[in-house]
Design a protein around this ligand. Structure first.
Ligand SMILES: Cc1cc2nc3c(=O)[nH]c(=O)nc-3n(C[C@H](O)[C@H](O)[C@H](O)COP(=O)(O)O)c2cc1C
Length: 324
C-alpha cells in the first residue's frame, strides 16, 4: 500500500489512506504497469502520483466497442472504448501483482451491467486480493445499466444508492470506496447524495460528457458506436462547477467526511488548483497525459512551488473559493 514518504505541503487523506500528493491517474487513461514502466522517466512519474487508478475492470472479459473508438475534436477527445478489459480473474492474477510494485495506493475502477454484479465483482476482488494490495475501489456508475435499457446507473439517485451499497458491502474495513459520477445529469448533487446514502467514502467527478462527431467528407460518424464520451480541455469548466456544487450543497463534502476527487480537463498545476479551490481534495488526470507524458511531474512541481511561495498546503486550499 502507501509506503511513500508523505510530503507535508502536498499530502492529503482519503479516509484512512494518506496520499503523498493529490494527483491520481484518471481511470482508463493509464492502462497497467507495463505502459508506465515503458516510459523513460517512470520513477519521477510514480513519485509524482498519490495513487494509481486502474482502467475499468468488469467481472467477465469485454472486447469493447467496434472501431473507431477514439477521435480528436478541436477541444477534446471523444472515446467509445466500451470498457475493453481482460476481466477480474486476469486482473487479480496478472495486473494487480505488477501494480503492487508501484508502492502506491491502488484504486480499482469497477464497472458492471447490473446492480448485483457490482456486489459480485467487489466480492471477487476482495476474495482474490491475497496481498491486500487494493487500497480503494472506484465504482463507475457512469456505465450502462442493462435493467434500465442501457441508461447509465448514475442518472438515477436511487439506482446509484443501490449500486454503491452492493459494491461497498463486501469491502474489507481498510478499503475505501469512491463513486465515479456521470456529468450527463441536470443536477449532479442528487446522484451524489444517492452515492453517500449507499455508503460511498468519496466522490470522483466527472466522467466524460456524451458527444458525437460526424465526418462531413464521408457523411458518416467518426466513432463505430456513433456516440462517445468527451474528455479534455472542453469539459474542465463543467467539472469545476460540479465539484463546486457538491461541496457547496452537501454537508458531508463541505466537512471533508466525503472527499471529492476533481477530474476533467486538467493539464496544468493551475487547473489542478482550480479544482482544489472549488472543493476537491485530490485530482485525476487523463487526456492531458496522452499529450504530455511529463504532466504529473510538472503539476506536482507547480503545486509544490505554489505552496512554498504562499506558505500554504493543499489541505488548506480545499474549497477556499467558498470562503469569499
Ligand atoms: C480512453 C478513455 C478511457 C476511459 N475509461 C474509463 C473507465 O474505464 N472507467 C471510468 O470510470 N472512466 C473512464 N474514463 C474517464 C476518465 O477517467 C475521466 O473521467 C475523463 O476522461 C475526464 O478526465 P480528463 O479530461 O482528464 O481525461 C476514460 C476516459 C478516456 C479518455
Amino acid at each position: 500500500m502507501n509506503k511513500k514518504t508523505v510530503r507535508s505541503e502536498l499530502a492529503v487523506k482519503l479516509k484512512q489512506v494518506s496520499l503523498a500528493t493529490p494527483l491520481l491517474t484518471a481511470s482508463g487513461t493509464s492502462g497497467t504497469s507495463d505502459e508506465i514502466n515503458d516510459l523513460e522517466n517512470s520513477p519521477q512519474i510514480i513519485d509524482a502520483l498519490g495513487a494509481f487508478v486502474t482502467k475499468g475492470v468488469t467481472l467477465e472479459a469485454r472486447s469493447g466497442n467496434r472501431e473507431m473508438r477514439v477521435v480528436e475534436t478541436r477541444t477534446g477527445l471523444l472515446n467509445s472504448i466500451g470498457l475493453q478489459n481482460s476481466g477480474a480473474a486476469v486482473f487479480v492474477r496478472e495486473e494487480l501483482p505488477r501494480l503492487a510494485n508501484y508502492n502506491l495506493p491502488i484504486i480499482v475502477n469497477i464497472s458492471a451491467g447490473q446492480v448485483d454484479e457490482f456486489g459480485r465483482l467487489s466480492e471477487f476482488l476482495m476474495e482474490h486480493d491475497h496481498d491486500e494490495a487494493i487500497a480503494g475501489i472506484e465504482i463507475n456508475v457512469s456505465c450502462p445499466n442493462i435493467c434500465a435499457g442501457g441508461v447509465a446507473f448514475g442518472v438515477d439517485p436511487r439506482t446509484v444508492e443501490k449500486a454503491v451499497r452492493a459494491a461497498c458491502q463486501p469491502l474489507r474495513r481498510d478499503v475505501f470506496s469512491l463513486t465515479k459520477m456521470t456529468p450527463n445529469v441536470t443536477d449532479i448533487s442528487e446522484p451524489a447524495k444517492g452515492a453517500i446514502a449507499g455508503g460511498t467514502d468519496g466522490l470522483s467527478m466527472i466522467n466524460t460528457l456524451r458527444g458525437m462527431a460526424i465526418n462531413v467528407h464521408t457523411g458518416s460518424y467518426y466513432l463505430g458506436n456513433k456516440t462517445g464520451g468527451l474528455s479534455g480541455p472542453a469539459i474542465k469548466p463543467v467539472g469545476i462547477q460540479m465539484v463546486h456544487e457538491c461541496y457547496r450543497t452537501i454537508p458531508e463534502c463541505r466537512r471533508g467526511t466525503v472527499p471529492i476527487i476533481g477530474i476533467g480537463g486538467i493539464a496544468t498545476w493551475e487547473d489542478a488548483l482550480e479544482y482544489i479551490m472549488a472543493g476537491a481534495t485530490a485530482v485525476g488526470i487523463g487526456t492531458a497525459w496522452f499529450v504530455n507524458p511529463n504532466v504529473f511531474v510538472e503539476i506536482k512541481t507547480g503545486l509544490e512551488t505554489y505552496c512554498r511561495k504562499h506558505s500554504t498546503t493543499i489541505t488548506q486550499k480545499i474549497g477556499s473559493v467558498h470562503e469569499i
